[in-house]
Design a protein around this ligand. Sequence first.
Ligand code: ADP
Ligand code: AMP
Ligand code: ZN
Length: 221
Amino acid sequence: MSSQKRTFLVLLGVPGAGKGTQAKLLEESLRLPQISTGDIFRYNLKNQTELGLLAKSYMDRGDLVPDEVTIRMVQDRLEKPDAANGAILDGFPRNLIQAQAFGEMTASDGGVRLAPLINLSDEEAMRRITGRRVCRTCGAVYHIDFNPPKKEGVCDIDGGELYQRDDDKTDTVRNRLYVYYKQTSPLIGYYFAKGVLAELDGAQPIDVVQAQLKQLLEQKL
Ligand code: ADP
Ligand code: AMP
Ligand code: ZN
């Protein structure tokens, strides 16, 4: 590892706020990889690994996968060469235990550099989640009304099939919001106290949120 400090961003917000959408757009300009723990779990599930099978029951219910497993998975991911300069975290940390563990993992880099909070009402989050569609091949994220692909059901990037996540369909959605308020929302105070929280209005169009994020990063990084 180089002696240069790595840059870590943590995107915060309710499920559906637009964290994954914004992280993917930021990857190129920041030259940092998006690390989405949800995406890694889904990849493992698709490939029927032990980790995927373990995560499945928690994901089906919308509960958090146990911290020990999740933290180790992120630790392993950070060892990959593409994260040598840092990463954009999306969906991790999700509770105070994970946040503390991540603080230790990044202590030599001065911890998390910036934690943008993408604000969105629960009603809007529900609309976003239930209309979300994901490419089976590349994981690109669409919305049937707000961000539709050019051809219904088909990924613009690679022609892959778009599907609806199982946990985006059912009562699981409500439990995920509940889990967010109970376990994840304390991270807002946690990162505020560390002086790295920055709030954004997530109800704006995707490109407007992206522009504001970039502006924020220019000021703070
Ligand atoms: P998260 O990662 O926070 O769960 P996503 O990035 O997957 O959220 O976005 C949730 C859904 O909302 C997706 O279908 C996405 O296309 C859509 N979406 C994201 N940002 C916006 C926005 N600013 N306006 C309208 N729809 C959005
Ligand atoms: P997401 O893709 O972020 O909406 O996450 C989908 C599901 O994966 C969540 O409902 C959890 O079951 C699981 N998950 C994702 N990230 C984490 C995390 N950091 N800790 C525990 N579980 C997680
Ligand atoms: Zn695709």
